[in-house]
Each structure stands twice: as C-alpha cells, then as structure tokens.
Design a protein around this ligand. Structure first.
Ligand SMILES: Nc1ccn([C@@H]2O[C@H](COP(=O)(O)OP(=O)(O)OP(=O)(O)O)[C@@H](O)[C@H]2O)c(=O)n1
Ligand SMILES: C[C@](O)(CO)[C@H](O)COP(=O)(O)O
Length: 396
C-alpha cells in the first residue's frame, strides 16, 4: 500500500456555476457534489488522512452535510482562504504525517477513480511530484493583442487533480510562492517554478471539474448512466448467466437455437419456446442489469404468441449493442435426454452467430443428458444454460 494524505478543496464560491451558492452543496442524483468526491477517498484504503478545506462561513452547513451523508473516515475540517492557493496552504498547514505524499484535489472533481489515485500514488513515491493530465483534444489558440497563434497540440496537456507531492516539496513551493505574491492556477505550477520536475500520469476525460451549469448536467447523466451500468471508466466487462426450461409436448415443433430438430415432441410455451435462445437472451439481459425476457416480452402479451425467439433475441441484442457492449464469448449447455443434439450443434452455433452478427468462434454450444435422471432424464422437458461475457470499449 502506498499511503497518502488527501486535501480536498471545497472553500470556493462556485460563481461560474451560477447557482447562487457554493456548488459543493449541489445535489447530484442522491448526494451533494462534495460527498461524491469525499466518498472516493473514503473508500480508498491507501488514503490515510482526509482533510476538507471549507469556507469558514459554511462550517456548520458542511458539518450538517456530513451528518446527513456520513463517510467512514474521520474528516478534518480547516478554513480555506480567498484564493484556491490560499486554501491549499491552509490544508497543508494541518497535515499530520509529513512522511507520506499529499494529494491536492478539487472537491469539484467527483469522478476521480481509485485506480488513478493508486497510479498517482505509486508515481509520487518514485518521483516526488506528479499530476493527472489528459492530452488536449481541441486545437488551442493563443491570442496576444490582435495576433492569433496556434499552439502545437502534441505538446499540450490539460491539468487535472489530484496533484500529488512529497510534503516538504509542496510546502516549500507554496511558501516560496506566497513570499513572492505569486498565484498559479494549480499546485504543480508552483513546483515547476522551483525548477523541479513534475511527472504526468494520464488521467481520464471523465475526471471533469464541475465549473459551469453544463458540467452539472453532464455529471448528473454520467452518474445515472453509471448506476445503470451504461458507462464506466476503462474497458468494462460484464457477465450474465441464463437458465430456462420448457416442457416437451406432442403437436409442437422442437426448435432449439433457432433450428427445428426432427423429434416426436416439441417445446411448449407462449412463444416458439426456443429454450436455448431464451436462455441466451436472459444471460445478455442479466449482464447489462436489465432483468429478464419476461420483463421485456411478457407471456401475457398476445403480440408474443408463437413469436420467433430469434427476433426476440435480436431485440435484446440491439439493447446490448446500443449500450456499447460487444460479445466477448458465450458458453451454452442444452440439457436434453432426447433428441440427440450432436448433429445440430454446429448449425445452431452458426445460426446464433448470424443472429448476433458475431463470429461463430465466440460461441460454444454443448449438450448433455442427465443420465435419465430428473425431468429432463424422463424426457418431460428440456433445459438450457448460458454464460455470456460482454465487453464495453466505449469508455476506454
Ligand atoms: N478560495 C478557494 C477557491 C476554490 N477552492 C476550491 O478549489 C476547487 C477548484 O476551484 P473552482 O472550480 O474554481 O471552484 P470555485 O472557486 O468554487 O468556482 P468559481 O471560480 O466559479 O467561483 C473547488 O473545489 C473549490 O471549492 C477553494 O477551496 N478555495
Ligand atoms: C487545479 C485545476 O483544477 C487544474 O485544472 C484548475 O487549474 C483549477 O482552476 P480554477 O479556476 O480554480 O477552477
């Protein structure tokens, strides 16, 4: 574990947010902005000390906030100053353990991830000073008088927080800046002033600072999407499993995996009762946290009477792909004493691959009997199981 102290800045006025109050108190979904930020550090076991820099006039409001939305670690309050830099200095003045790095973080950046905190901490132990930053994606112009210059974008990084330093270095940098009346827009710039190197750790474009009302909208939808499992930092993998059973009965076709298999009986159900496709659909819906096919295609709805389960699966697959997921792989088992499945396995595999527009190699279909045991062994019904792995590359 690479322990660190976190100083969270919340003493600003949030003027650009135009909310008429400090933005740290604004609700994003179910909790105030600053609580979202504090939670990340609270839940990081590497964070040893948590300091919250507040506006002295908001102390009781902040105390109330933490009573209503508690965190598990002890939070040390300290009064900030007129400028961000003054607030950081106030935070530095109350740090207890000066042997571990100090992380300075905007309370207004709630989407920092534990993974990035750890990367930053490891780098700070090695290099003494580091910051999160992302390559600039817009072309940046510099206007001096009436002259416009275009900066070389390949050298430009947008600085984020946390910015992290050995205690002695950042204290010295702040003290020196204060003596000269120098004010920078971040803490790394104060260290740069001392001609010391600051390492860049690539941050995330999701680690935005909530500055304007538009940022607040983005933050709200980001959080609600994240809760629904629609977005996440980095490539995201999700697994789902499915299980389904249908009774065998006379006078029905036996459709398994979209292929009609010659047999004296068929599967009973409201739709075409394709036990394997239903199982796969359930596994896919399970993976994205969307319930099951009963929720999407109720068996009380006449629209799905004798429905082609291939179409139902494609509908489910549209939901999956609209969320940005791709199939990693799926593994399925058909549990049937009869009919004999082996001659149809390859055909079923190719059919499912074409329904989902994936490669057959991503799909595995197996079949087993239950050695004449149970309802499947007595040929009263057929069961199927599936496990799917989905991958989301949209947020890498
Ligand atoms: N005197 C200050 C000014 C800013 N901050 C904190 O520094 C972070 C980044 O600053 P910014 O986004 O500019 O916040 P505000 O100063 O609150 O916003 P504005 O400039 O729009 O008033 C915020 O978490 C803010 O609360 C602080 O602790 N003390
Ligand atoms: C520190 C910072 O968040 C890095 O991007 C930024 O410079 C703070 O600027 P602000 O004007 O105080 O929001």
């Amino acid at each position: 574990m690479k322990k660190y102290t976190a100083i969270i800045l919340a003493a600003g006025q949030g003027k650009r947010m135009l909310a008429g109050r400090n933005k740290q108190f604004l609700m994003i979904e179910d909790q105030p902005l600053v609580r979202h930020t504090l939670s990340v550090f609270d839940q990081d076991e590497w964070c040893e000390e948590l300091i919250l820099v507040i506006n002295e006039r908001e102390r009781s409001q902040m105390e109330e906030l933490l009573k209503a939305y508690p965190v598990t670690k002890q939070v040390k309050f300290v009064d900030g100053g007129a400028e961000r830099q003054d607030s950081v200095f106030a935070g530095l003045s109350v740090v207890e353990n000066k042997e571990i790095p100090v992380f300075i973080h905007d309370g207004a950046r709630p989407f920092i991830s534990k993974e990035l905190l750890h990367e930053l901490s490891v780098t700070t132990y090695e290099k003494e000073a580091a910051l999160l930053a992302v390559p600039v994606t817009d072309t940046v112009k510099q206007k001096v008088g009436s002259r416009l210059d275009t900066l070389d974008r390949s050298t430009l990084w947008a600085a984020q927080t946390p910015q992290s330093f050995s205690y002695d270095l950042i204290y010295e940098a702040h003290e020196s800046a204060r003596k000269c009346g120098y004010y920078g827009t971040d803490d790394a710039s104060l260290v740069e002033r001392l001609d010391k190197e600051v390492a860049i750790v690539k941050g995330s474009y999701d680690n935005i600072k909530l500055t304007t009302p538009e940022d607040l909208h983005k933050a709200k939808s980001y959080i609600s999407n994240r809760r629904e499992g629609k977005v996440e930092d980095g490539p995201m993998f999700r697994v789902g499993q499915g299980f389904d059973v249908h009774q065998l009965t006379e006078g029905r076709p036996c459709i398994i995996g979209g292929i009609e298999i010659p047999y004296e009986k068929g599967l009973l159900g409201h739709s075409d009762a394709d036990v394997l496709l239903h199982t796969i659909a359930d596994a896919c819906l399970g993976a994205i946290g969307e319930g099951d096919i009963g929720k999407h295609f109720p068996d009380t709805d006449p629209a799905f009477k004798d429905a082609d389960s291939g179409k139902l699966l494609q509908h489910v697959w549209d939901i999956v792909t609209e969320r940005g997921y791709e199939l990693g792989n799926m593994d399925c088992t058909v549990i049937a004493q009869a009919p004999k499945m082996a001659p149809y396995i390859e055909q079923i595999r190719n059919h499912i691959a074409s329904l989902l527009k994936v490669e057959p190699g991503q799909i595995n279909i197996k079949a087993t009997t239950t050695e004449k045991l149970g309802f499947t062994g007595r040929k009263e019904g057929i069961a199927a199981q599936a496990v799917v792995l989905l991958q989301n590359n949209q947020h890498s």
